[in-house]
Design a binder for this molecule. Structure first.
Ligand SMILES: [Zn+2]
Length: 512
């Protein structure tokens, strides 16, 4: 089984911030989770590098557009390295392979009669790099994202017959039994898209004249492909379209396109229409998340409150940063975050709950059993209880990218083990019943190993480290893969009797 997951390609007029990180970390967690479930995963991210904004910004900085793109694209790669993002490929729209794919798609659409030339006069927002119709604008006649009035511009462009796809799109977006059904998530935004689609579609400008920083149309080199169209095609370029038919057939269609809500329309309407026009299969799922505010305020460069990946990592460490960013608010709706809440969640979930469980378990083993997995008759009751607590609903929430819920299930499992320790009172057993104490510590270690395998997609590095600390055998990734398929706990447990444990130090130092 394959699973093709994409983030949007990020526009290089901005440096990586928490918004990009949020989409990318969520995608990475999904990719890692699918790999653990034995899917052949292709996980794509990259940078969107064409358009007038880039040309202008480069000029201002005294650079060529390509130099600026190289520099900015590298910053995204650095950020994803910092956040331990396991992408399969990083695509840049200035690469040769992308030119070939875009030219092929545009030529195909022309040949099939979906592209025509017309003089166009419209309201153009430079910020969005797109034309708007009056009904797209807010009550003041402004672009709702930039709050500026688009200027009236006129040029001769090539157009895409988007209007001719209305019925076909409605059918594919609303009928789950259609063989090319596209699932839009979340439901509320799906309804918005459908509502807007029912109002009718207008043909859209597909090219720009006088914008040189782009991909020239194969049939009219004086025009370049509209940057939005160019960007969407990256999803097929990266898996080999059109030259590498084998890889393309292997991974296309995409299983899920993830993105923020502002580009949902492009992914659920324009992109499928382009694909239909060329006769290519449609993506299976388009999933958008909301915007978030910081302490109730919009994050923006001018307010100076934009959070960078580096700041998150400096404060919490890589693994905790990944965990916190995607679990503080639900994936889908808009949400508000704050440093206080991030820190509170860090202290509650990681320092107090998980960190404490591991540290107290290892301390007992150190004090009474020479830092080894105590010799005992394997008791797997607690581990089985933990499995039951986590099972199914965890997998369901991971598959649906409800990562905050998946994390909550894990926290409940950790609490369950911590509570069991309170019930067992191993500190009294040390004086009365060493056999029982050995059996208890053994059972905590098995329970922890189950929990850690589930945390692996969220916190890959520290999970590996904890796996060593608790004396669990083998490579955690391989063991987890086997566990997620068979759901069987080995007879002797994951931390085998007499295995060496390690002192954990402070895994998650409390932050004040
Ligand atoms: Zn705008």
């Amino acid at each position: 089984m394959k699973c093709y997951i994409t983030t949007p390609i990020y526009y290089v007029n901005d440096i990586p911030h928490i918004g990009h990180s949020y989409t990318t970390i969520a995608s990475d967690i999904l990719a890692r989770w699918k790999r653990l479930n034995n899917f052949n995963v292709f996980f794509l991210t990259g940078t969107d590098e064409h358009g007038i904004k880039i040309a202008i910004a480069a000029k201002e900085k005294g650079k060529t557009p390509q130099e600026l793109c190289d520099e900015m694209s590298a910053k995204f790669k650095e950020a994803w390295k910092l956040l331990n993002i396991s992408y399969t490929d990083f695509i840049r729209t200035t690469e040769q392979r992308h030119f070939i794919a875009v030219e092929k798609i545009v030529q195909d659409l022309l040949d099939k009669g979906f592209i025509f030339k017309k003089k166009y006069e419209g309201l153009y927002c430079v910020g969005c790099e797109r034309f708007f119709t009056q009904k797209d604008l807010d009550e003041n006649g402004c672009c709702s994202f930039h709050k500026t009035k688009p200027a009236l511009q006129s040029e001769e462009n090539y157009f895409f017959k988007l209007s001719s796809f209305q019925d076909a799109l409605l059918e594919r977006l609303t009928n789950p039994n259609h063989k090319e059904y596209i699932e839009i998530q979340p439901e509320e935004r799906k309804n918005e898209i459908i509502g807007k689609l029912k109002l009718g579609l207008e043909d859209i400008s597909f090219s720009r004249s006088a914008i040189e920083w782009g991909i020239p149309l194969p049939f009219d080199k004086k025009q370049t492909v509209y940057v939005w169209v160019d960007a969407l095609i990256n999803y097929i370029t990266a898996i080999g379209y059109p030259k590498n038919e084998v890889t393309f057939q292997k991974y296309w269609p995409a299983d899920v396109h993830l993105m923020a809500k502002d580009i949902l329309w492009f992914h659920s309407v324009i992109w499928p229409a382009i694909l239909m026009g060329t006769g290519l299969p449609l993506p299976k799922k388009v999933y958008s998340h909301g915007f978030f505010t910081l302490d109730g305020n919009k994050m923006s460069k001018s307010l100076g409150n934009v959070i960078s990946p580096q700041e998150l990592v400096d404060k919490y460490g890589v693994d905790a940063a990944r965990y916190l960013v995607v679990t503080l608010i639900p994936f889908g709706p808009d949400g508000d975050i704050s440093w206080q809440e991030l820190t509170l969640k860090y202290n509650t979930d990681l320092a107090n709950n998980l960190g404490n469980l591991i540290s107290r378990t290892i301390k007992m083993a150190e004090k009474h059993f020479n830092l080894q997995v105590p010799e005992t008759k394997p008791d797997l009751e607690l581990a089985k209880k933990v499995t039951t607590t986590i099972k199914e609903s965890f997998a369901l929430n991971m598959d649906n990218i409800q990562l905050h819920k998946a994390a909550e299930i894990l926290q409940n499992a950790i609490t369950l083990v911590n509570r069991q320790i309170e019930i067992d009172t191993p500190w009294t057993l040390a004086k009365t019943d060493m056999n029982k104490l050995a059996s208890c510590i053994y059972s905590y270690l098995q329970a922890i190993s189950i929990i850690i395998m589930h945390l692996l997609s969220f916190m890959p590095s520290i999970s590996e480290k904890i796996w060593q600390i608790i004396g669990a055998s083998g490579n955690i990734n391989e063991t987890a893969k086997k566990y997620f398929i068979d759901a069987i706990i080995p007879e002797n447990g994951f931390s085998v009797v007499n295995s060496q444990l390690q002192t954990p130090g402070i895994l998650f130092p409390r932050i004040v």
